[in-house]
Design a protein around this ligand. Structure first.
Ligand code: ZN
Length: 223
């Protein structure tokens, strides 16, 4: 079953948790996910910062397809990713989705990526996704309005990558990416942060091994 396709039926305990978190977001005072300014989900200045054109980046582990990043792992780009991942800010996801949509359009117009490719969220561990009320990257992809196929998943035994170097990341991911389907069209792998490129490489290799046509990778930030 594709990741994100939940079981049919009524609300379970996880859904109740999401509901409570969702209500909290409506009630609690808002601060800009980019700079902390009170009263905004995302202030105008941060929206402008996030709207800078994406650029080609060259991670040390190159994933057999061009990689683009919307910005550096700094300032508004970094804060927005941390808000989604570490602070469980769900309401900002749809704004980041709009930022991603604009970046994809920019790359399409310039001929850097094909028009209308489907988005494949980079894999995450199911337990991490559950803890965050669903995978933020997948949510951003859906919020972009593009077709999304959630076919990649990380094995629970894959360690957190944060403290690993490039070689350790590759070893950690070897055999840890699972695939549950193959996109019928050209696809673009989307991730929040590209650091060594190990996750994107493992993702692209898994897709290619199953006959997918991977056109590019796009990350919100380059670290
Ligand atoms: Zn701001």
């Amino acid at each position: 079953m594709a990741r994100g396709a939940g079981p049919a039926g009524g609300a379970g305990p996880a859904d109740c948790g999401s509901l409570v978190a969702g209500l909290g977001e409506l009630i609690l005072p808002r601060r800009c996910a980019g700079c902390g300014l009170a009263g905004h989900v995302l202030c105008d200045a941060c929206r402008t910062r996030l709207a800078t054109p994406p650029r080609r980046v060259f991670p040390p582990t190159p994933p057999h397809a061009p990689v683009f990043a919307l910005g550096p792992y700094a300032d508004a780009h970094r804060s927005v990713v941390l808000a989604m991942k570490e602070h469980n800010n769900r309401i900002v996801r749809r704004h980041v989705g709009a930022v991603l949509a604009a970046a994809l359009e920019y790359l399409e117009v310039r001929g850097e990526i094909p028009h209308g490719a489907v988005l494949v969220p980079a894999p995450t561990r199911p337990s991490s996704a559950r803890a965050r009320g669903g995978d933020p990257v997948a949510a951003v992809c859906r919020a972009s309005g593009r077709a999304v196929v959630e076919v990649l998943e990380l094995s629970e035994r894959a360690a957190d990558q944060a403290d690993l170097d490039a070689a350790a990341r590759r070893a950690n991911l070897a055999g840890a990416v699972r695939i549950s389907g193959v996109p019928a069209k050209q696809c673009i792998v989307i991730d929040d942060v590209v650091t060594t490129g190990a996750t994107l490489t493992a993702s692209v290799e898994m897709l290619l091994a199953h006959g997918a046509d991977v056109a590019a990778c796009v990350a919100i930030c380059e670290a």
